[in-house]
Structures are given as C-alpha cells and as structure tokens.
Design a protein around this ligand. Structure first.
Ligand code: PPS
Length: 571
C-alpha cells in the first residue's frame, strides 16, 4: 500500500493539462477564431480538477463512449474504474452549432480564456436515465437530481483539454495546493501513510474523533480535504467552514494533519461519489481514505421528510479500494458515551450502553435559534464561528415582504413598520415600497409578466443584500407571481429571516378605496393589464401572516406584524 502512494490512482503519471507559455500564446491566437463556452461554477470546478490531475487519468471532459461505460459499468471504456460522469453540459443552441473535430474556447464568466477543448463528441443527455443510475431515483427533492434536471444543459460535449490558466481564486490561497504539490510536500515531510478525509460539512466532535481514530487505525497522517466548490444550499458557506477547520488543526497531534481545499462540486451520489472521492484522495497522495456510514448522501434537511440514505455505502466502496490503489477505512456512525466520556463507533458499543448524538443539522438549528450546544457535541471555537455566521434571530437581518393588490394597504403598513423599526434603532432599516422602486430602481419597466418579475427580483436582490448585512428590508410590491416570491424567499432565507405578509384586503374593498383612481381607469380600459382587473394575482399559499385591512386601522395591521416579529425573537 505504501508503494501505491507514490503513483496516482490506477497507476501511470499524474495528469497535468496546463500547457507551457509558448503553447499558451499559440492557443490564445487559435482561440480568437473559436466559439466560446462560458463555464458556470460547477464546470469551473471540474475544469480545475481535470487540469491539476485530481481527476487523473482523465485528460478532458468525457466522450460519449466513456460516459456510457461509466453509467453502465462504472468503468471507462478502457476498463479503468470510474464511477461518475465528468462531462461538459451545454445548451442546445451551442450544441447544434458545433461538430466533432472542432475546438472551442473555454472561458470563465468574465470572459477570461482558460482552455481550448478539442471536441470529439456532442450528444443529447438522457437526464432521467442518468439520475436513475447515479442517484437511484429521479426525485427532484434529491439535490443532485434537481441540479441535473433543472441546472444542466441538454447536451454534453466531450474531448481533450489544453489548459492555459486555472480558474482564479482570491481566498485561502495558502490552502489551495494541487495534487502534485501535496505529494511533493508529503515526500518532504516524510509522510508515507496518509489517510484522506473529505467533507462538505462543519466538523464537530464526532468527525474529529473519527479522523483521530482513523489515523490511529491506519497509523497514518491526515489530509483534510474540505469540499469548497458547490456543495448544497443547506451547507454552511465555506468561509465559515474553512475558518473552523483551521481552528481545529490545533487539536491534532503536532505536524500530523494537512488542510487543503478541494474545488469539487458534489453530486451527492452516495457510493459512486465516495469512490470518486477515493480516486481524488489517491491522486493527492493518500494511501487510505475514510468512508462514513452515510457518505455523500443528502441529509434530511435537504430532502424534506425523506432521507436518501444508504448505510451500506462503506461496504459498497470497500471492494474497489484495490483497483483505485487506496485502502478504504470504513466508519459507522460515531456516538458519544456519556459515562465513559468518549466517542465510539456505533458498532463497537456493547448492547444496553447509554449513547448520545447530536448531528450537524441539529447543531445548526440550535445555533440559528440561539439555543445552547452541549460541550460533548462540538468545540467552543466551532460554536463561536457558527454564531458569527448564524446569529440568533435578535441579531439576524430580516426582510418583511408585504404582497397584495394595489390599494390593499401594503405601503401604509410598510411605512408604519419602518417608523417602528427606526424607533427601536438597533439595525439599519430600508423601505422598498412598490412605487419608490418603480421610480428609482425599475423606471424603465412596464407591467408585463416579464417586467413585473424583473422588478420583484430586483427588490429581492436588494433585500437579500440588506438581510445578509444584518439590516431590515421592508418591501411592499404587488409581487403577483408565487414562483418569483418563492425564489426570493429561498435566496433570503440563506442569510436571515423572511416574513411574507399577505395583505389580503379583498378586491372590492381595494377598488372602493381607489385612492389613485387607477381601478376606475383600468375598468374604463385606459390602463391595460391591471392586477386584479385584467391581470392575475396568485394568492400566497403559506405566508407567515395574512392581514385583511378592511376593518383595521393601519396601526392595528402593523401591530400584528410587530407581534409576530416579537414572538419569533427578531425584535
Ligand atoms: S409589481 O407587479 O410587483 O411589479 O407591481 P409594483 O411594482 O408593486 O407596482 C404597483 C404600483 O404600480 C401602479 N400600477 C399598477 N399596478 C398594477 N397593475 C398595473 N398594470 C399597474 N400600473 C400601474 C399601482 O399604483 C401600484 O401601486 P400600489 O402602491 O400597489 O397601489
């Protein structure tokens, strides 16, 4: 096994797709006449891993025969074990304008030339088939399935890559070594046995204890490879995680642990994904690799009630260790034994022993709601960082999103709420009333569905920035479409509170009020597409509050919102 550490996965040389300066300048000239393919954040991760050899022996995005062989047999067509497709997806229009044998210029979102790809194959993706094979389902509740079905182009293109420049990073530069660098460092440090641990989560006591036990078991040093590409919307932002990993290094014995960030975009494909991670770890120079009991599987929070869990993942991966050239170190769930004051693998706990566990999701929930975390569950440094990232409601930013028909009373309630928040004076407050936004942010927009959506998304964007920076955004647009409102809710809830208030004053009352005389104009046909008259308003299904202002003073309506904010701890 020590010998295996010297070479990359499956033997052969570590792939390096980055060309020398002379070739790079030739390719720059060639790229001038080529069609552009602009990579998204997922594709940038794949490009980086291909370029640096983390995906050795791959030398480019997969061609069709390799893709099919990977799906059908978990091997490339030459028989090399490979569990997950590494393909470049593109939109139909681009795919239809390309032919095999052409080259394309691969660019980052700013237009910076990263690589030239020599296209061999272009083919339509059967997304349902890929989902069934990789994830065992095509249920969009699974984040991997959702992204495949909704965030992936309809065609794949495959071919060899010549890389001019790696995707640019500005953060944690000292923690971004390529496989060749980590291998060189291990050699210098005299590390012959290295166990790899890949994680997309925050590390708490169970994960720490697991790595320590794995190090003991394998008599190895540790390579911590946190995933910092695109993980899953419910994961903590990686800046917080990386600060945490850095702080935890001091708990390992001196000079036994190396932290290196992995620009991987995770697909959460269970055993297949664990095998890919083992290949990557091998390429970074690991001799051993830890596979946990529900490795690379969505957690309940990501899938609502359902858990796409397989407790067999380590068993499924174990037999493939030899062909990868790495020893799989399997781990059951770690549990805490309060009497013994230690962590143990659940399969090594005698029957009848009292055990406790608090998973990462529960710790997150407690942090977000300001509850205490017991000492045995995590480290004080972790709590401190998590509290900074997710303060309790009283310190979070939040958005009050009032939606309803014109004349329902949104603006007046919004103005009262604005004043109350300014009176309290603990956070900066911004009022984004429909009319104000229309005059300032969205003056060029009309009231078509498309323009209303643009308008409401702009409001959502500003509200999200305010919420992220711990302020209060009070928005009062009509926002007639539920999909757009849902989109805004999702983007804001990542950063703080989102309180949707449906001001549900009935149409006849709004029309009777008609303070701006617009309903009369709409009825007379002078204004076309007026909400509630000849344009739709989709009623919110589950707003935090519904307020009918028909028989209430504006102050009474605003008070209902204030009471809600108080109950939830925001004020
Ligand atoms: S939307 O649908 O959310 O983009 O609308 P919003 O930006 O909130 O703008 C609503 C205000 O614009 C006036 N107005 C109209 N409303 C609805 N439909 C049409 N066609 C229209 N044309 C102008 C109207 O006065 C709304 O103000 P409020 O304060 O809601 O009464």
């Amino acid at each position: 096994m020590d010998k295996a550490a010297i070479g990359p996965a499956h033997g052969g040389d570590l792939v390096d797709l980055v060309v020398d300066d002379r070739k790079a300048s030739l390719l720059k000239d060639v790229a001038f006449n080529l069609q552009d393919v602009t990579l998204n954040e997922h594709q940038l991760c794949y490009l980086e891993l291909l370029a640096t050899g983390a995906f050795s022996p791959l030398k480019g995005f997969m061609i069709r025969s390799d893709y099919e062989a990977v799906l059908d047999r978990m091997h490339l067509q030459d028989g090399t074990l490979w569990p997950i497709p590494v393909c470049l997806d593109v939109h139909r229009t681009l795919a239809e304008s390309l032919e095999g044998g052409q080259s394309v210029a691969i660019r980052d979102p700013e237009g910076f030339l990263l690589a030239v790809m020599h296209v061999e194959d272009i083919w339509p993706v059967d997304k349902n088939r890929e989902a069934e094979i990789l994830f065992g389902c095509n249920d969009p509740q699974h984040p991997g399935v959702y992204r495949l079905l909704n965030g992936t182009g309809d065609y794949y293109i495959g071919g060899r890559l010549e890389v001019l420049s790696l995707p640019v990073h500005y953060d944690f530069l000292q923690l971004r070594m390529a496989p060749a660098d980590t291998r060189r460092l291990f050699k210098k440090l005299g590390w012959r046995r290295i166990v790899g641990f890949q994680t997309r989560r925050t590390m708490h006591r169970p994960q720490f204890e697991l790595t320590m036990q794995a190090m003991r078991q394998a008599e190895a040093n540790l390579l911590l490879l946190p995933v910092v590409g695109v993980t899953s919307p419910s994961d903590f932002d990686y800046y917080t995680r990386v600060r945490i990993y850095k702080k935890l290094l001091k708990y390992y014995p001196p000079n036994t642990c190396l932290l290196n960030l992995l620009p991987l975009t995770m697909r959460l494909a269970g055993a297949r994904e664990a095998m890919l991670q083992a290949i990557i770890a091998k390429n970074y120079g690991c001799t051993h690799f830890i596979v946990g009991y529900n490795h690379a599987t969505p957690v309940p929070a990501e899938t609502g009630e359902k858990l796409f869990e397989s407790r067999q993942i380590h068993n499924q991966v174990m037999p493939f260790g030899d062909s990868i050239g790495i020893k799989i170190v399997p781990f059951e769930k770690m549990v805490y034994l309060p009497f013994e004051d230690e962590y143990r693998c659940s399969d090594r706990v005698p029957d009848g022993t009292r055990t406790m566990s608090l998973d990462g999701e529960e710790i997150c929930r407690r942090i977000k709601t300001g509850r205490r975390i017991p000492e045995w569950a995590t480290f004080p440094e972790v709590v401190c960082e998590l509290e900074k990232a997710h303060p309790p409601p009283g310190k979070q930013g939040f958005t009050i999103f009032l939606t309803g028909l014109s004349g329902a009373g949104k603006s007046t309630v919004a103005k009262i709420l604005y004043s109350r928040m300014m009176e309290i004076g603990e956070r900066p407050v911004t009022l984004l009333d429909g009319d104000i936004v229309r005059r300032n942010l969205s003056s060029e927009l009309n009231f078509s569905k498309e323009h209303r959506d643009i308008n409401v998304r702009r409001i959502g964007f500003v509200a999200r920035e305010i919420t992220k920076n711990r302020g209060i955004a009070i928005c009062a647009p009509i926002a007639p479409y539920s999909n757009t409102r849902g989109e805004i809710r999702r983007s804001i809830e990542d950063y703080g509170g989102f309180i949707e208030v449906h001001v549900c004053t009935p149409l006849d009352v709004c029309e009777k009020r008609d303070r701006k005389g617009m309903y009369a104009k709409a009825r007379a046909g002078l204004i076309k597409g007026f909400t509630g008259v000849d344009d739709p308003y989709e009623i919110p299904e589950a707003p935090e509050l519904r307020i009918d202002t028909t028989d209430k003073t504006p102050e009474e309506s605003a008070q209902e919102v204030l009471l809600y904010l108080g109950q939830k701890g925001y004020i």
